[in-house]
Design a protein around this ligand. Structure first.
Ligand code: TRP
Length: 450
């Protein structure tokens, strides 16, 4: 049977679906707020263009050439004598770790869709705090049921495989997500807060830029583009061989960045219009936003519902992409059937995810933490700050140094990359990306501090 492949648009949307996630709509706006706006956005944009894009294209290139799961692709693409590079393919394990908390957050979003529909959204900051803290800290059962629903959705899509599952879900969900965000942005353009939001996001105040902000911006560039885990290897393994990885990576970077910026400007328009605080961290969309929107009466409730639906769509298409690399690995290397691979993997992260949920509760928190850090945060830190950058570093070194010179010919012929772009790309993979990643990791471990 011929291998099922994405259509061109299908691939771009699936890869963009992987990239555009909670990272864009939830995390990017709140870390921008935490680190003071424009200067952070500036560093983020530079990192995404210079480092993120290069590694994204390199990761897709490995998948395109290998045509298999991450481990097998590394093995096939590596030159003779360097086949132990296949171990780099085990970066897909980070996806399983991320899913243990990512799916829990999607569950929270489901709960907020339910609250919007049932008229239960909080109307004051105190109430908002209670609502969120109850969900996260006191009702593990509610959180677990929503986490189960997210898991079942992901499993159902993955059962359909590349064409009938992943491509189809993205062809439906991604356009809807973009339409909703654009609609909300247009709505917010009427506010006086809109101008303030633009100024906050795009007028850098350099005094706010410290080393921590830079490190977070680099880390986020990896997370938001979904690189360093084998997602893009696995997806690109099923792309059309007539398509250029360079162009595809370009479009995915553009869409991902655009959607993060739209989400940021839109949310901050609401925040400034209603005189709320920009620098509040993770509670921005779960606490502040509902309180603002309920002031607008029924319109506000409807806006809240569609916003959370869009957020859920973004999360689900990413969740699919976090799980598929592991699924594909077991199908290829252990010859498992797809249903078996999907069920085993989703069940596994569902169960471990419960420990992440419990680690945030008052009653069980202490039992589910490592050295005082809740498991939820430990899963997030180990991936975001260690494993993903490490995966990115391996990809940069592999394509920048290990792959032989004919990469240049291939990039020129198959992927239609002009020579000067090729040179910049290679320079970035060989020098800029490794330097930035090593700097960031040393900083995370507290070995250097600037
Ligand atoms: N990029 C997604 C987000 O912004 C998360 C994600 C999906 C991811 N697949 C990934 C992150 C692979 C790293 C690697 O929410």
């Amino acid at each position: 049977m011929a291998k099922a492949r994405f259509s061109r648009v299908g691939f771009i949307l699936a890869a963009a679906g992987a990239a555009v996630g909670l990272g864009n709509i939830w995390k990017f706006p709140y870390i921008t707020g935490l680190y003071g706006g424009g200067a952070f956005v500036f560093v983020y944009l530079i990192t995404v263009m210079l480092i993120g894009f290069s590694i994204l294209a390199a990761e897709m290139f490995i998948g395109y050439k290998g045509g298999k799961d991450a481990v097998t692709s590394f093995e096939l693409v590596a030159p003779e004598g360097k086949k132990s590079w296949k171990f780099a393919g085990f970066m897909f394990i980070s996806g399983m770790i991320i899913m243990t908390f990512y799916s829990v957050v999607i569950g929270w979003i489901f709960h907020y869709i339910y609250l919007s529909a049932s008229g239960g959204l909080p109307t004051s900051m105190d109430e908002a705090k209670t609502t969120f803290d109850t969900l996260v800290g006191l009702s593990p059962l509610t959180a677990t049921l929503w986490h189960l629903l997210a898991t079942v959705f992901v499993a159902a899509v993955l059962m359909g495989g590349i064409k009938a599952g992943i491509e189809k879900a993205n062809l439906i969900l991604m356009p809807m997500l973009m339409a909703i965000l654009l609609g909300l942005l247009i709505y917010a353009m009427n506010f006086d807060g809109f101008g303030k939001a633009l100024a906050f996001m795009f007028e850098p105040d350099w005094s706010k830029l410290n080393s921590e902000a830079i490190v977070r911006a680099v880390g986020h560039a990896f997370f938001t583009l979904s690189i360093g885990l084998g997602t893009m290897i696995t997806y690109a393994a099923s792309m059309s061989h007539k398509q250029s990885v360079f162009k595809a990576a370009f479009w995915v970077t553009m869409l991902d960045t655009l959607i993060a910026l739209i989400a940021g400007v839109m949310l901050y328009s609401f925040i400034f219009q209603f005189h709320a605080e920009p620098g509040q961290g993770p509670g921005l969309v779960f606490k502040t936003l509902p309180v603002i929107l309920t002031q607008l009466g029924t319109t506000g409730t409807v806006l809240a519902a569609i916003f959370f639906i869009a957020l859920a769509f973004a999360g689900l298409t990413s969740a699919i992409s976090l799980t598929e690399p592991a699924v594909e690995y077991f199908i290829q290397r252990f010859h498992w059937s797809r249903p078996k691979a999907v069920i085993v993997n989703t069940t596994l992260y569902f169960i471990i995810g419960i420990s992440a949920i419990l680690s945030y509760t008052k009653t069980y928190g202490a039992a589910f933490s490592i050295g005082g850090t809740p498991l939820f945060d430990a899963f997030e830190f180990s991936t975001d700050s260690i494993l993903l950058p490490l995966g990115g570093l391996l990809i940069a070194i592999f394509v920048g140094y290990v792959l032989p010179e004919h990469t240049r010919e291939e990039m020129r012929k198959h992927h239609r990359v002009p020579l000067r772009f090729y040179k910049i790309w290679r320079f970035s993979l060989r020098y800029i990306a490794p330097a930035a990643i090593i700097f960031m990791m040393l900083n995370n471990f507290g070995i250097i501090k600037i």
